[in-house]
Write a protein that binds this ligand. Structure first.
Ligand SMILES: Cc1ncc(C[n+]2csc(CCOP(=O)(O)OP(=O)(O)O)c2C)c(N)n1
Ligand SMILES: [Mg+2]
Length: 795
């Protein structure tokens, strides 16, 4: 599009107003809202200023309603200023930046009052998220009716490119060929601490191009470009291009002869005489004319990237951090705040005074008319009816007579679900190169692997049909666990970003949950709903050794908000829990204007199943089913714990002996057989040991915390939560046993108000067999018996 058709002057006035509002929001929060002695509020005026032109071009010209954008964390004030000018944010919010209940420091999908598409904050993750949203949209379009065309845009800081997550994302074949993805790098050559040394664009360009991206540089503004074409202009170009970043940035703080003197330091005589034609003022205007602040150049470049339909585009928009502010280009400007004098000066330069400083544009002005038009064009229809996917409450109809591991059962349950008409279309799995070794092969055989084009199979494997094409329902990734959690996060937001609920399931070796942890946190913080299975886990995968054994993952699962942690040991318990989780994920809530402001409970988010390859004899669970009935047992399994063995039912003689000591053995997952054997040994000693299988420490802990918090808030005596009471009806000491950190279940003693001995894995593992390693970590029945005796002795 040519400049003639653009309302450039109107856009410039809008750009100036956005700059003002963004800077003033931070200023108000720091200088007017805070009291002396308060903790510093902070905010980023310079980082915001850097992005003002790019974001003006996007929201006031380029974007359409279906487009989705991730905004660099430190440009949050710019985003909210734009939403305010468009009429999507109430004026009262402008003075609430970083205030409790106000505008968030960094854009948040779940906490900001205006509609944020992607949360950002941990640099390099929000930046990559739109690429994975593009992967999800490609999948949704291939499997369901095509959605209105969206562009997935990321506007990121240049220092975000230091994060490996960015490069992992663009290198994965699953993200190839997405013509609707655009990244705009705010290329201000500054990070938090410094002006970044060296000219890195060549390296970055090569890396993006090697990954199949279209690269566009918007380096100079129209003014400077024109000067380059004038006679001798190549000298000017070579001189600026070859100048170190630090020197170039320092020009922004200089004026008059000082700027000229710095600019020509070390310059050839021809250049010095060439620039004599500019007076000092013009020289400054010319040499600081960067493309990332030239709306015409930006809009032209955006159109050029749009025209590239077969691959993603990245645009390097050269900007200056602190554009139009006295802090421009200063290496220390990251958190610098303008003084009151500077704010006064910017206010009047923006044509405002104290009475009009927070105003929107006059609706009759050209800016007001454009804002109203853009608001209408960018508006999105609100969904009014929830959709739900009908997931059954169980799939297993026949219980295996042979021992079965939870990993094996998991694979079979997913295959069974994929045979159900009501569920099958929505199932999608993904794994970082561990699909076959985490038991997804059966599902893959049944539904195939996703690829935008049908791929020829070169190898026929009778056990695994790796058929790739647009109908496949498994998305295979390279080994990056960061990519796994970024993709799961976007699959888990598909109900919002692609208007399609999905039942998304990922698998990963359990220890490597921690390898992708930041992306997992990012995704659950964003409100994504998915299932992740960490398998195999713990020292139970004994020969694999310490590098593959997980110990703290269970605690991560329990402690992370927005994620429910589950560790069943038996196949039917897993079946019930998985169906329940998928059913929750498949139930869409109606989005109301304020529903995104409600605190997210973990039950609205993601589910983490920690599984094992150790086959367990299923008969103890079947006995509990007989004893309790499916209805009661299912309720208790889902609530987090049930009594697997009732010592008095197993050994009626113990009930008949007055004063029989009683203890609870509390265990999760793979170690249940040792707990059962220990209970038998204790019975031989005349001690009644009930075995409690904890299927979700997370839900038990949440139940305990609910009663405790209620007591704290109402100054009442806490009661024992119903879930805990059902599994632990009597008061007795407990010993906890877990193939994970002993700390994970240690709180149960406090929750029940009884002595507690906790056994678990508190050091790095090593290779061996299960009994070698259980012996080292005191998980064998003999140690559990001793643990029970120790707990009893402290009563
Ligand atoms: C993962 C992570 N590490 C560190 C930070 C702290 N941090 C915030 S901004 C920033 C530098 C960002 O530079 P850039 O992306 O170039 O943005 P600019 O401020 O230049 O606009 C750093 C290190 C963070 N937010 N996230
Ligand atoms: Mg930067």
């Amino acid at each position: 599009m040519s400049d003639d058709h653009l309302p450039i002057d109107t856009l410039r006035r809008i750009e100036q107003r956005i700059l003002w509002l963004a800077v003033r929001m931070v200023d108000f929060a720091n200088h007017e809202r805070t009291q002396a002695g308060d903790i510093k509020v902070g905010g980023h005026q310079a980082s915001s200023a850097s992005m003002v032109s790019i974001m003006t071009a996007l929201w006031f010209h380029h974007l359409d309603g279906p487009d989705r954008v991730a905004v660099k964390p430190h440009a949050s004030p710019v985003f909210h200023a734009i939403q305010y000018l468009l009429g999507n944010l109430d004026r009262s919010y402008l003075t609430t930046l970083r205030e409790f209940g106000g505008l968030q420091a960094y854009p948040s999908r779940t906490k900001d009052p205006d509609l944020v598409d992607f949360s950002t904050g941990s640099v390099g993750l929000g930046a990559a998220a739109p690429l994975f949203a593009g992967v999800v949209r490609r999948y949704v379009d291939a499997h369901f009716a095509e959605r209105p065309q969206s562009r997935f845009v990321s506007i990121l800081g240049d220092a975000e490119l230091d994060e490996g997550s960015v490069w992992e994302a663009i290198a994965d074949p699953a993200t190839e060929g997405l013509g609707n993805v655009l990244w705009i790098v705010d290329f201000n050559r500054q990070s938090l601490d410094r002006v970044v040394p060296g000219i890195r664009i060549k390296q970055w360009r090569a890396q993006f191009e090697a990954s199949g991206w279209h690269v566009k540089e918007v380096k100079y503004g129209e003014r400077l470009t024109a000067e380059f074409s004038a006679p001798g202009g190549h000298l000017l170009r070579d001189w600026i291009d070859g100048m170190p970043n630090e020197k170039y940035q320092s020009l922004f703080a200089l004026h008059g002869p000082d700027l000229r003197a710095r600019f020509i330091e070390g310059a050839p005589a021809e250049l010095v005489s060439l620039i004599e034609k500019y007076d000092d003022h013009t020289l400054r205007e010319v040499v600081t004319d960067l493309g990332g602040h030239d709306l015409g150049s930006l809009i032209e470049a955006l159109d050029e990237c749009d025209a590239i339909k077969d691959r993603p585009s990245v645009m390097f928009a050269y900007t200056v951090k602190g554009w139009e502010l006295p802090t421009a280009g200063n290496p220390r400007n990251h958190s610098a705040l303008l003084t009151t004098d500077h704010i006064d000066e910017l206010r009047s330069r923006s044509g405002l005074d104290l009475t009009s400083e927070w105003d929107r544009f006059d609706p009759a002005s050209a800016e007001g008319v454009l804002a109203a038009r853009r608001r209408e064009l960018l508006s999105r229809p609100a969904r009014t009816t929830p959709r739900s996917i009908d997931v059954p409450s169980s799939t297993i109809t026949h219980v295996s007579q042979r021992p079965v591991s939870t990993q094996e059962a998991f694979g079979r349950i997913i295959v069974d679900l994929s045979k159900l008409e009501s569920v099958a279309p929505y199932l999608v799995t993904t794994a970082p190169d561990v699909a076959t070794s985490t038991n997804l092969a059966g599902f893959i055989n049944h539904v195939g692997v996703f690829h935008p084009e049908v791929q020829r199979a070169w190898h026929a494997d009778p056990l695994l049909k790796w058929t790739e094409g647009p109908t496949g329902q498994h998305i295979e990734l390279g080994i990056s666990e960061m990519n796994l959690f970024l993709l799961l996060g976007q699959l888990g937001l598909s109900w919002d970003l692609s208007d399609q609920p999905l039942l998304s399931i990922g698998t990963v070796y359990d220890p490597f949950v921690l390898r992708g942890l930041d992306a997992l946190i990012y995704s659950v913080y964003s409100g994504a709903r998915f299932v992740i299975a960490g398998t195999p886990s713990g020292v139970t995968l004994a020969p694999e050794g310490g590098a593959h054994q997980s110990t703290i993952t269970a605690s991560v699962g329990l402690e992370l908000p927005g994620l429910t942690f589950l560790e069943p040991g038996y196949a039917v318990a897993l079946d019930w829990l998985l169906c329940d989780a998928l059913s929750n994920i498949g139930t869409e809530e109606v989005h109301t204007a304020t529903s995104h402001l409600q605190p997210a409970t973990s039950e609205r988010g993601a589910y983490y199943f920690r599984l094992t390859t150790r086959p367990l004899d299923q008969s103890p669970f079947e006995a509990a089913r007989q004893r309790l009935s499916d209805t009661v047992l299912r309720r208790q399994v889902i609530a987090g714990a049930y009594r697997l063995v009732d010592a008095f039912e197993a050994h009626p003689e113990l009930a008949e002996t007055p004063g029989t000591p009683m203890v609870y053995i509390v265990a999760c997952g793979a170690v249940l057989p040792e707990a059962l054997l220990a209970a038998e040994e204790l019975a031989d000693e005349g001690i009644a040991a009930h075995v409690v299988d904890v299927t979700s420490s997370d839900r038990l802990y949440a139940a305990w915390q609910r009663t405790v918090r209620f007591a704290v808030r109402t100054a009442a005596t806490p009661s024992i939560a119903g879930t805990l009471r059902a599994a632990f009806p009597d008061r007795a000491p407990i010993v906890t046993v877990h193939d994970a950190s002993s700390h994970h279940l240690a709180w149960l003693g406090s929750a029940l108000g009884v002595p507690c001995v906790s056994l678990g894995v508190d050091s790095f593992g090593q290779s061996g067999n299960i009994s070698d390693l259980y012996a080292v970590h005191d998980l064998l029945p003999g140690s559990i018996v001793n643990g029970a005796l120790a707990a009893l002795s402290t009563l």
